[in-house]
Structure formats: structure tokens, C-alpha cells
Design a protein around this ligand. Structure first.
Ligand SMILES: NC(=O)c1ccc[n+]([C@@H]2O[C@H](COP(=O)([O-])OP(=O)(O)OC[C@H]3O[C@@H](n4cnc5c(N)ncnc54)[C@H](OP(=O)(O)O)[C@@H]3O)[C@@H](O)[C@H]2O)c1
Length: 319
């Protein structure tokens, strides 16, 4: 196993706390933690076990920080990824890479200029359940894929009125927050769509979409149905429908750390395959270390981010 990386984290919010157990399990070294408010940065560092705490600038100036985890609201990803790259740090940036293709491209260019790695933190891609799906598709267990259905949504109650996800200035909206998973997964399996038809609705009058659905078209009549929401109990699901069978992944993007099921209908009838539990965030941190230390290719290079944004922009334009 290669040597752990020295990490700096920008932000002290929800995802940092969800990411840290996997980070620790991966043996990462938490050198510095940054906040807009240096006192909050110091307090969070003491609470979460970082050697130092302070501002975002302090983290980037820290010589022991080799890699930076950008865990800020979406609209701040481009600025802080570019600043981290200019400080010579590798960057793991939360999803979506940025809320526009142009910003994604600027981030990639900045990282290339400084010779640092950039990875979009779509942690779900590291789950071994996807290898089981790929194996079934390659074996032809469901025949030619005809339809992909993918959904991610949840109901944000009034207690979350101040959530960054409802702020247009901070790059909020259901499309950027959860729709990006649906777009990313669809592109992963089917590639770039020929056409995008969709609707995106601002049900709350907050200036961001809160409920959206789309149909993506591919050659030979292959279709994808995508939906995302802050306004319903949509949940997470993905179903790959072939000519002769189908595969469904309950709890598609956040299956938890327990066993992850795969519900299959194929020539053998209807059955459930179970894949052993993992912490996706741990695998993400380990893969990032192997990329930096050994050059092991990443599953989600920063260069993928712009293509996801182009589909989201087409979905929004269509609606
Ligand atoms: N991969 C996943 O599983 C996953 C899950 C959830 C979220 N995410 C992504 O992670 C990122 C952060 O989401 P989150 O859920 O952690 O959000 P959050 O709980 O609101 O935290 C965001 C943090 O950003 C900092 N910040 C900087 N400017 C801010 C501003 N103007 N308003 C509010 N906060 C500001 C704050 O920390 P300081 O004030 O201390 O600097 C805050 O704690 C987003 O890009 C989101 O899409 C990923």
C-alpha cells in the first residue's frame, strides 16, 4: 500500500462529516481544515482531529497539505479548485464539479497547468456492485439495453429553508444536487445523448429548480428516463432494461455500508444477487491516493465534469 496523503479540507458542513469515517478508514492524514471563519476552522479541526484549523487560505498555504478536498457549495468549487491547483495541491472536488461546463473546463485547465490531479467526488462509482452490473451486461444476461431509468430525490421540509441547495447564488437546485448523479450514471452507461427533452420546475419560487424529469435519446431508439426532486419521496433507483431482462439497484447512489442488493430478471427468472458492504468514501480516498502516488487511473477525471454540465444545461433549456 502506498504512503497516505496529507489532506486539507475546505468547508465544515454536512458532507465533511459524512466523508470523514471513510477517510479515516483509508488511513488518510487530516493535516488542516478550513472555514470562512477561522475560529470555526480551529474548532472544527479540534473536533474532527485535524492537526491545524483556520481559513481556506491557511489550508492552501500549508506545506504539509498535498491534496485538498473541496467540500463547499457548488458555486465555490471552481474558484477554490483553481486556487488549490495554483498552490500546487491535488484536488478532490465534490459533485457537481461546477455548475457550468465553462467553469469545469477552467478547473481542468488550471490543474493541467500546474500538473496536479483533479477528480470529481462521485463516490458511488467506487461501489463494487457496479462491477456486478457490468459483468451481467457484458455476459448478455439481459440482452441489448433498451431503456435506462434513474431517479434521485427527497423531500426537503421547511426546516431546510436556509439550505445551500435552495440558493441560486450558491449553485443550488435539484438538477445540480441530485440530477447530476442521474446524468453522470446515464452517461457512464450510455455515453453522450443525441437529444435531451425535459422539464425543470421551480415549485418553491426560490429561483432554483426543485423538481425535474427528462428523456435522453440514443441511437437505435435507446432511451433514458431521468428524474430528480426536492419536493417528493422519489428516493434513489436505477433500472437497466434489456430486451430479455432487467437489473435494478435499490439505494442506487447511497446503498449504505451494508450488503448491497441487485435485483435481476433474466433467463434464470427473478433473483437477488447481494454484493458485500463497503464504505464508498473510503474507496474514493484510497483511489485518490493510488492516483497521486502510483498513477493508477481515476474512474472520474475532472475532464468528465463538463460533459455532465452540458446535459444538465440542455435539460434546463428544454424545460
Ligand atoms: N458526495 C456526496 O455524498 C455528497 C453529499 C452531500 C453533499 N455533497 C456536496 O458537497 C458540497 C457541500 O455540501 P454540504 O451538504 O456539505 O453543504 P453544507 O452542509 O451547507 O456545508 C457547506 C459548507 O460550505 C461552507 N460555505 C462557504 N460559503 C458558504 C455560504 N455562502 N453558505 C453556506 N456555506 C458556505 C460552510 O463552511 P464554513 O462556513 O465553515 O467555511 C459550510 O459548512 C456540495 O457541493 C454538495 O453537492 C456531496
Amino acid at each position: 500500500m502506498s504512503a497516505p496523503l496529507g489532506w486539507g479540507v475546505l468547508g465544515t458542513g454536512g458532507i465533511v462529516r459524512r466523508w470523514l469515517p471513510g477517510f479515516r478508514a483509508a488511513g488518510g492524514t487530516l493535516v488542516a481544515l478550513g472555514s470562512r471563519d477561522p475560529a470555526r476552522g480551529r474548532a472544527a479541526a479540534a473536533e474532527l482531529g485535524a492537526a491545524r484549523g483556520g481559513t481556506y487560505e491557511d489550508v492552501l498555504a500549508d506545506r504539509a497539505v498535498e491534496a485538498v478536498y473541496v467540500a463547499l457549495p457548488n458555486a465555490l468549487h471552481a474558484e477554490w479548485t483553481i486556487r488549490a491547483a495554483e498552490a500546487g495541491k491535488h484536488v478532490l472536488c465534490e459533485k457537481p464539479l461546477a455548475p457550468s461546463a465553462a467553469e469545469c473546463e477552467a478547473m481542468v485547465a488550471a490543474c493541467e497547468r500546474r500538473g496536479v490531479h483533479l477528480v470529481e467526488a462521485f463516490m458511488y462509482r467506487y461501489h463494487p456492485r457496479w462491477s456486478a452490473v457490468r459483468r451481467r451486461l457484458d455476459e448478455g444476461s439481459i440482452g441489448q439495453v433498451r431503456l435506462l431509468r434513474v431517479a434521485f430525490g427527497f423531500r426537503m421540509g421547511p426546516e431546510r429553508d436556509a439550505d445551500v441547495r435552495l440558493s441560486p447564488e450558491l449553485g443550488g437546485g435539484a438538477l445540480q444536487d441530485v440530477g447530476c448523479y442521474c446524468v453522470n450514471a446515464t452517461r457512464w452507461f450510455l455515453g453522450e445523448p443525441g437529444a435531451v427533452r425535459g422539464r425543470a420546475v421551480d415549485r418553491r419560487g426560490r429561483g432554483v429548480d426543485t423538481h425535474a424529469a427528462a428523456v435522453l435519446e440514443y441511437p437505435d431508439g435507446v432511451l433514458a428516463e431521468l428524474s430528480c426532486s426536492f419536493d417528493s419521496a422519489l428516493g434513489q433507483s436505477m433500472e437497466i432494461v434489456g430486451e430479455r431482462g432487467r437489473i435494478a439497484l435499490p439505494g442506487t447512489f447511497l446503498p449504505g455500508t451494508g450488503e448491497a442488493p441487485l435485483d435481476v430478471i433474466d433467463a434464470g427468472g427473478e433473483h437477488r444477487e447481494v454484493v458485500g458492504g463497503v464504505d464508498q468514501y473510503r474507496l474514493e480516498v484510497e483511489a485518490f491516493r493510488d492516483l497521486v502516488r502510483d498513477g493508477t487511473p481515476t474512474l472520474i477525471p475532472g475532464s468528465d465534469g463538463a460533459a455532465t454540465q452540458r446535459v444538465i444545461a440542455a435539460w434546463r433549456r428544454a424545460g
